[in-house]
Write a protein that binds this ligand. Structure first.
Ligand code: SAH
Length: 204
């Protein structure tokens, strides 16, 4: 599947029916999701691999990984309502994704979710609850050797120090994340935030 085709296909997926600010529920826009997935594909980290999407929401990254030929895909989210939309989205595109309700803050990720080869994720950035992204990074490093994650632009110093001795950042891909007015505290119709996709490779 070509990048443009993937992007157009992911565009068809339904979003959160009633997004919750506290959980930072923002669906990754199709162009950014496709860019992350295609990049991981080109690096050999999707096709034939066991892929996990932490904080999968409505499933855009998980379903995209399945479309690109992952051997198996697991999508994990704390919110059952989001998972219900994700299951419908997976069925719409005839993809096989296992969805699991779990809170990544509880630890024991490797036992509860199982080992996989690659994590793809767009976790909360910690805008509502400081450090909300940390348990996602911990969980990702517990389940997979390679992680592609979306962060706020300028997060490399944080990501490097937080994962020191555990992982190294092997790549950075810039991108934009247009956020439509979703919550009461949003003042603009569309606000574009600069983001970066970082690839973290476990070092131990
Ligand atoms: N990855 C999806 C959704 C991004 S929004 C996408 O790219 O479109 C962040 C997601 O993280 C939400 O779906 C939210 O429900 C989930 N989430 C927030 N806190 C969580 C936690 N502690 N454990 C698991 N999922 C969580």
């Amino acid at each position: 599947m070509k990048l443009k085709h993937l992007e157009m296909t992911l565009q068809r997926l339904a979003g959160f029916s009633r997004p919750q600010a506290a959980l930072e529920q923002y669906q990754t826009p199709a162009p950014l999701a496709a860019r992350l997935l295609y990049h991981a594909l080109m690096k050999g980290d999707i096709e034939g691999k066991r892929v996990c999407d932490l904080g999968c929401g409505t499933g855009v990254l998980a379903i995209g990984a399945a479309l690109l030929g992952a051997a198996s895909v697991t999508g994990v989210d704390i919110d059952e309502k989001a998972l219900a939309v994700a299951r419908e989205n997976a069925a719409l595109l005839k993809t096989d994704v296992a969805f699991l309700a779990a809170d990544v803050r509880e630890g024991g990720c490797r036992e509860r979710i199982g080992a996989c080869d690659t994590v793809v994720m767009n976790p909360p950035f910690g805008a509502q609850k400081a450090h909300a992204d940390r348990p996602f990074i911990d969980c990702a490093l517990a389940v997979a050797g390679v992680t592609y994650s979306i962060f706020n632009a300028g997060s490399i110093p944080f990501a490097e120090s937080y994962t020191a001795q555990r992982a190294e950042i092997t790549e950075k891909i810039g991108g934009a994340f247009p956020i439509r007015r979703t919550f009461a505290f949003h003042t603009k119709d569309v606000q574009e935030i600069e983001v970066e996709i970082l690839c973290l490779k476990r070092t131990r």
